[in-house]
Design a protein around this ligand. Structure first.
Ligand code: ADP
Ligand code: ASP
Ligand code: MG
Length: 452
């Protein structure tokens, strides 16, 4: 069994030459780091999404391609050996140019994945060369050779057994003699088409790869020194959490804490791989350890925020004192492969939120044919511009008075939907997206800043 460390670097960590050099130092300083998973350079995936959505004017497409060349060349131009890496980037940009033109006629989820994958394909060429120039025996590996997924473009599901089998055959032997640099976010389906795991998916890739190679540890290097009590950009008094359980961190990620892709911890948990989250800008500042067992289980652990929520409310007097209504609703949703996230019901109505999002990051829509079928059953209302706020903690429902504390703090807010009591570990509600940050600030102050 191999005992080595997998290190993942996010977009800001590989944003430019200095940032990438800091990553190289982190890799050099830990001899057991044999596998490096890199995101695209900061901002690149957003530019690629623009191209994928279809830009009609050739000049506007060219401008984006120029921006992409500039971002990548700025790093390569610091190298002593530039030609090979520039050539690799140019080849990718050439293919990208044709794909962007195709997208301007007709965009599709499949084409989008081919386009957005280019960011990680470019950044890994550059990071590999940077490492080689520092005398590290680095090789670039195209993760699509092993990261097999379903063909659900934009939100592909990994085929875990196949990934493990291929990783043992193709990746583990490479790691014996080299530091392997590979792409996060992307994979391929059984027909060899490029797929992606959804925005922010590099964390998930790193965890899947760590599982597949039976790694002893997984490091997620990002732009903040660990997981905080909430996003420090929203509440500047948020504090880092030194140690957190898999289940608490999973809840945070599921409820939108951008620091981790929601699925990241599943593979780590399956193989009990401890996960460290730290800042590549200040690697010695410490960070957060995510483990199966941790010492403390505070009542309130963290607050998370997820934007772009779509709420669907279904009303029907037929629901009152009859059976089978919800079954019919869910049969329609299942038929159209619509995944439901939160749900609350009353006698005559049910409100639910639709599960997020694919690579384009837009709010999920209720497909028109699903709506038509639902309308045969009940009145359908769809609301956008909502955000989900989640309070994550431990055994909250067993604590008297906690609901009063939370809802008193929120008395100025119009809460659209509240999920309370289903889980002892979270309470969540929807608010207007313009109010969401303030709701986080108010709750953070009430629940996390008082006793310090
Ligand atoms: P990367 O590009 O390294 O994957 P992301 O931007 O995806 O980085 O995630 C890091 C960001 O997550 C931070 O800059 C911070 O704004 C945000 N974030 C959201 N919730 C939290 C939290 N609870 N703790 C720390 N950071 C958080
Ligand atoms: N580059 C992808 C994104 O921006 C994946 C990632 O960085 O995790 O979403
Ligand atoms: Mg991320």
């Amino acid at each position: 069994m191999s005992a080595f460390n997998v290190a993942k670097f996010g977009g800001t960590s590989v944003a430019n030459f200095d940032a990438m050099s800091r990553c190289a130092s982190i890799i050099e300083n830990n001899a057991s780091t044999k596998l490096v998973v890199s995101s695209a350079c900061s901002g690149v995936t957003n530019l690629l999404v623009e191209l994928a959505l279809g830009i009609q004017n050739p000049k506007d497409r060219e401008a984006i391609l120029d921006d992409l060349r500039t971002i990548h060349y700025a790093i390569i131009e610091q190298f002593s050996e530039q030609k090979k890496t520039k050539q690799a980037v140019d080849n990718i940009l050439d293919t990208l140019s044709s794909m962007a033109e195709a997208a301007s006629f007709q965009s599709s989820d499949k084409l989008t994945d081919h386009i957005v994958a280019c960011g990680e394909l470019m950044s890994t060429h550059i990071l590999t060369q940077l490492m080689i120039e520092r005398g590290i025996p680095a090789v670039r590996f195209d993760i699509r050779e092993i990261l097999r997924t379903s063909a659900d473009f934009g939100k592909a599901e990994p085929i875990v057994d196949k990934i493990s089998e291929l990783a043992q055959q193709k990746l583990v032997p490479l790691c014996q003699e080299n530091v392997v640099i590979t792409q996060g976010f992307i994979g391929s389906d059984n027909d060899g088409n490029t797929t992606t795991l959804g925005r922010g998916g590099s964390d998930y890739s790193a965890a899947l790869i760590a599982e597949a190679v039976k790694a002893s540890g997984l490091e997620i290097w990002t732009d903040v020194p660990g997981i905080y009590t909430t996003d420090p950009r929203i509440a500047p008094k948020a504090t880092p959490i030194p140690e957190i359980s898999f289940s608490e961190a999973s809840e945070m990620a599921n409820f939108g804490a951008k620091i981790l892709h929601p699925s990241t911890l599943l593979p780590a948990l399956r193989h009990k791989i401890p996960v460290f989250v730290g800042s590549s800008k200040s690697p010695n500042q410490g960070g957060t350890w995510i483990r199966k067992q941790v010492e403390s289980a505070p009542l309130y652990r963290a607050l998370a925020l997820r934007g772009n929520q779509t709420m669907v409310t279904l009303r029907s007097p037929d629901m009152f004192q009859t059976y089978g209504f919800l079954a019919q609703v869910f049969a329609i949703l299942a038929k159209h492969q619509i995944s439901v996230d939160l749900i609350t019901t009353s006698e005559v109505s049910v409100s639910l939120t639709l599960d997020q999002t694919n690579t384009s990051g837009q709010a999920p829509e209720l497909p028109i044919d699903a709506r038509t079928e639902l309308e045969e059953l009940c009145i359908v209302e769809v609301e956008h511009n909502l955000s989900l706020v989640a309070l994550i903690g431990n055994k909250m429902s067993a604590k008297k008075g906690y609901a009063k504390q939370v809802f008193s703090a929120l008395e100025d807010f119009n809460l659209r939907m509240i999920c309370y009591g289903a889980s002892p570990h979270n309470l969540c509600f929807l608010v207007d997206c313009n109010e969401a940050k303030r709701a986080i600030q108010v709750l953070h102050q009430e629940l996390f800043e008082q006793s310090a």
